[in-house]
Structures are given as structure tokens and as C-alpha cells.
Design a protein around this ligand. Structure first.
Ligand code: GBH
Length: 469
């Protein structure tokens, strides 16, 4: 059972679906650059064309209709709207494209949820230091204001930044996402810090300038696995779990929802490690100062991306050089009973989502929650009759309903990831997350509903029938 006006959505991201990477004055983003460097992405694939949603938006809209979605989550390509990242030059063709998407959605009774930033920084801004440079917060705020001003009469649900954790860590510590930086133990904390500052500035702009008239809501989307101690009665595992939570969900949700600053556990662990290895630089986890925007309270709802679960025990703590891994000092273990779904990191644990939702209710003062991403992939042999994935969706959505009914979590919406198969970042097109299959060998990039899409559409249809009663 789901409450009235529950949002049933599916999500996509600009670089993963749009293609049109150089169409109509669009500027390059860090993902355009990254993909064209050898050895970065599976089989050196790229998002130059992807699902070509830039030209085939009508086809996407048909998929949205077929599923019966009430909401659609998309992201804007910053460099499509502002080719050099600044409001000095606006690409009107880009504005026109997103206007059409939004207007078509609204005339089909589908509400847009728009993410301003889903991994694709304009390359021109990367060239000036990107997220490592404090000025990025001001530039992001200008971009956000431009979007609120231009589209906010119709868009009522905004996500500033998608998964700052992934941007910071995979992009700047591990180097497996753009911009491919591997400055261990420093850059990711700096990037995360500037992302929080950028998010907060944009939220304050919305709050003070646009909210009264536009009456929308703004948040940031945080990703988190459900984490639990490997051995529930072991102090070390319990402490390791707490530490792991602080370094993942807590890194961004604690400042925004609880204290305006990073979790103490996180700061202490980083400081202790700096001392241990005789790190002489300034504090690696930056501090917020009185010049920074207020971070606390800058989310109108809690946006959660959930995919999988992990069991946690202490790490070995052997690294000699500074890096996030030794700051965090945990080891994550998979329970052998959790089925692996397609891509190797995705162990299926539907009840992990329920537990995480309950944890969020208790830890972050019972916020309104949207599950902004959840999904299951397939790799290898293609299955149109993807019965397993269909089952996983059904089970997971049941867990969400239990979180609402039995645990009293205020969940207002669920967005499946993803509407259709698309460019899965470093995995290229080898990992398919779609509710629709996309035939990438067909010049028309035909979209065909999977069995899992059918399952989801049935769930939505049943909900709609019950609401009418
Ligand atoms: C989401 O991130 C993204 O928002 C979305 O764009 C993407 O398509 C979707 O996931 C599916 O992947 O490769 O072992 O280092 C989800 C969070 C964090 C999950 C990084 C995968 C990589 C593990 N992701 N993690 S590994």
C-alpha cells in the first residue's frame, strides 16, 4: 500500500542517454574528454551517440507512457545549456530542447524531476580547476539560478548534485570516473567540500529568490548501500560499520541534515591517520568557515539512491601513504546468499532498502524521502524475458511499502533506474540497467520493453486502480 499521490518514476542522466555530444554549440564535458582517452572506458566506448535522446526524445516519451509513470527524472547537461559553463553564453538550442522535454512531460501529466549535475562538468570549468577549485560553487550557483529562472515555472522537484560521493571518490581518488584524477587522500575531500558549498549556495538562491513564486523543492541525491556489522555482537564490527556510514552517507547527509558539519568520526579518523603517517599538509578534510553558505537545512527532502548492501568489519590498516581507504579502514563483505545481479558490485538485497529507509528516518529526523534511484542490471547474454530482474523490482517495491506502512517512513516516491539501457559510465554499454532494451546496433536505436518494464508498469497500474476506488 502506498500513500496518495505517490510518485512513480524512472530516471536517466544526460550524458548516459542524450548523445548529440557536439550538436548545436554544446560544449564538451569532462565525460566527453574522458571517454576519448584510451583505456578509460570498457572497449573505449563513449556517449557521443548513446541513446540519441537529443534527437529521439519522442521515443523516450513513448516509453514513459507505456510504463504509466507519474514522474520522470532527467538531468540537464550543463555544457549543453552553457557551453563554457558560465552564463556569458547561453545555447538557445539547448534551452529549446529541455523546454520541449518538460512541456511534453507536463502535457502528458508526467512531472519532471530535474538533476542539475549528474557527473558531466563542462570541460571549460575543469580546465580552471573544476570541483577542486572553490570558485566552482559560485559558477554552479549561477548555472542553478539560470535553470530555476528558465525552467522553474514548470519544474517543481530539483536535485542539485547527483551522488557527490561518487563524483568525489570515483573521479578524484580512484580515477575510474571523469576527470580521472587519482590524488589519494586529499582531492576527494576537497571536491566533496566544494560540492556541498555549491549545493548549499544553489539551495539558498532557490529559497530566497524563487521559492515563493515557484513553490518547488530542492535537494541533493546521496547514494548509500545498506551497511551492517558482519558480526552483530562484535564491538569492532559495530564500530567499523559506524565509521563506514560516516564516510559514505554521513559525509554528505550529516552536514545537510544534522549539524552543518562532517561527522566527528570521519574527521577524527582522517586526522588520526594524518598524524600516523606524518602528513604535514593542512587538514585534509576542509572546515566550513563563516564565509561559506550555511550547509545545515539545505534540503527540502531526502533523495536516496540505493542499489545494494554490504557487511562490514575493520580493515587491515596497512597502507603507508595517505588514501581514503586507510582513513576509512573498513572491509566490506558480501553475504554469499545475496544473488549478484549483472554487474559485480550489485548484490541483491531488497530488505536492505527498507532497513536503510528506517535508519534514515531515525538518523535524519524523519525527513520526506524520495528513492531517486534503484535498479538491477544485466550483463552478457541479453534476456528480454528478464524474470529475475522483474522479481527483484517487485520485492524491492514491497520493501518500500513496508517501510511506509510498518516503519512509518515518509516515502513519497520511487524512481527506477533506468528508463532504458544506456551508457553505464566506465562499463560503457556492457551493463544494461534499462526497463527498456535499447538496440545499440540499430541506427534507429529501437527501444523495446523488457519483462521487468512490464512488471513495473503493472505495479503502477494496480496502484492507480486502487487510488480510484
Ligand atoms: C548510480 O550510482 C549512478 O547515479 C547512475 O548514473 C548509474 O547508471 C547507476 O548508478 C548504475 O550504476 O565499480 O566496484 O568501484 C550508483 C552508485 C557507486 C554504484 C559506485 C557502483 C562502483 C563500484 N555506484 N559503485 S566499483
Amino acid at each position: 500500500m502506498f500513500p496518495r499521490d505517490f510518485a512513480w518514476g524512472a530516471g536517466t542522466a544526460a550524458y548516459q542517454i542524450e548523445g548529440g555530444s557536439q550538436a548545436d554549440l554544446k560544449g564538451p564535458s569532462i565525460w566527453d574528454t574522458f571517454c576519448h582517452e584510451k583505456g578509460r572506458v570498457f572497449e573505449d566506448q563513449n556517449g557521443d551517440v548513446a541513446c540519441n535522446s537529443y534527437e529521439l526524445w519522442d521515443k523516450d516519451l513513448e516509453c514513459i507512457h507505456q510504463l504509466g509513470l507519474t514522474h520522470y527524472r532527467l538531468s540537464f547537461s550543463w555544457a549543453r545549456l552553457l557551453p563554457d559553463g558560465t552564463t556569458r553564453h547561453v545555447n538557445q538550442k539547448g534551452v529549446k530542447y529541455y523546454n520541449k522535454v518538460i512541456d511534453d512531460l507536463l502535457s502528458s501529466n508526467v512531472s519532471p524531476m530535474v538533476t542539475l549535475y549528474h557527473f558531466d562538468l563542462p570541460q571549460a570549468l575543469q580546465d580552471q580547476g573544476g570541483w577542486k577549485s572553490p570558485i566552482i560553487a559560485v559558477l554552479f550557483d549561477s548555472y542553478a539560478k539560470f535553470c530555476f529562472q528558465t525552467f522553474g515555472d514548470r519544474v517543481k522537484l530539483w536535485i542539485t548534485i547527483n551522488e557527490p560521493y561518487v563524483c568525489a571518490k570515483l573521479g578524484n581518488e580512484d580515477g575510474i570516473h571523469a576527470p580521472g584524477i587519482q590524488e589519494k587522500g586529499t582531492a576527494a575531500y576537497l571536491v566533496g567540500h566544494n560540492m556541498l558549498r555549491a549545493h548549499a549556495m544553489a539551495w539558498h538562491s532557490y529559497d530566497s529568490v524563487y521559492r515563493r513564486e515557484q513553490k518547488g523543492e530542492v535537494s541533493l541525491a546521496v547514494n548509500s548501500d545498506w551497511l551492517e556489522p558482519l558480526r552483530h555482537d562484535h564491538e569492532e564490527d559495530i564500530a567499523a560499520t559506524e565509521r563506514n556510514r560516516a564516510f559514505t552517507l554521513g559525509w554528505f547527509a550529516w552536514p545537510v541534515f544534522v549539524t552543518g558539519d562532517y561527522p566527528e568520526i570521519m574527521r577524527c579518523a582522517i586526522e588520526a591517520q594524518s598524524i600516523k603517517v606524518n602528513y604535514s599538509g593542512a587538514s585534509r578534510l576542509p572546515r566550513f568557515t563563516s564565509d561559506d553558505p550555511v550547509i545545515l537545512g539545505t534540503a527540502d527532502f531526502f533523495a536516496l539512491n540505493y542499489y545494494t548492501s554490504r557487511k562490514v568489519k575493520p580493515g587491515q590498516g596497512v597502507e603507508r601513504n595517505i588514501c581514503m581507504k586507510s582513513d576509512r579502514n573498513v572491509e566490506e563483505v558480501l553475504d554469499p546468499s545475496w544473488p549478484i545481479c549483472g554487474v559485480s558490485w550489485l548484490a541483491v538485497m531488497p530488505c536492505g532498502l527498507r532497513k536503510l529507509l528506517k535508519y534514515i528516518k531515525e538518523t535524519f529526523n524523519n525527513p520526506v524521502v524520495y528513492v531517486t534511484e534503484n535498479g538491477f542490471s544485466q550483463v552478457g547474454m541479453l534476456q528480454m524475458e528478464d524474470i529475475q530482474r522483474a522479481g527483484y523490482y517487485k520485492e524491492t517495491i514491497l520493501e518500500v511499502s513496508k517501510a511506509i506502512q510498518e516503519d512509518g517512513v515518509d516515502v513519497r516516491g520511487y524512481f527506477a533506474w533506468s528508463l532504458m539501457d544506456n551508457f553505464e559510465w566506465a562499463d560503457g554499454f556492457s551493463v544494461r540497467f534499462g526497463l527498456f532494451h535499447v538496440d545499440f546496433s540499430d541506427p534507429k536505436l529501437r527501444r523495446t520493453m523488457y519483462r521487468s518494464g512490464k512488471e513495473y508498469s503493472n505495479i503502477i497500474a494496480e496502484y492507480k486502480r486502487n487510488q480510484c476506488k
